[in-house]
Design a protein. Structure first.
Length: 107
């Protein structure tokens, strides 16, 4: 299991969370987006080039832009499109913690 303890966490519900996360991503800095409890993280990891953790609760090293775009549409959160674009520009990958409703953006 990866260690995410040194990565800053941003609560999606905070003011300007998308803009702050975008800046972090474009500076090639990792960030964890803590999404709302009702956020639907379900997706087929194979469709997004993810590596699947054995316990199947975390999808690793997914195509950041594609996954975030998918989750934005699925959850009706257009603010995530800003994150998807930042992931595209920075070639970032994401890990999806389906259990804790987190999007972990990294290089």
């Amino acid at each position: 299991m990866r260690d995410y303890s040194n990565i800053p966490v941003m609560d999606w519900n905070e003011d300007k969370a998308p803009e702050r996360a975008q800046a972090q991503i474009l500076h090639q800095e990792p960030v964890i987006l803590q999404m709302p409890v009702d956020f639907d993280t379900s997706l087929n990891g194979e469709d997004f080039d993810c590596r699947i953790e054995e316990d199947r609760k975390i999808l690793l090293e997914c195509d950041g832009s594609k996954v975030v775009q998918h989750l934005a549409a699925k959850n009706h959160l257009p603010g995530l499109d800003v994150i998807a674009e930042a992931c595209f520009q920075s070639s970032s990958q994401v890990d999806i913690d389906t259990d804790k409703k987190r999007i972990i953006v990294h290089d």
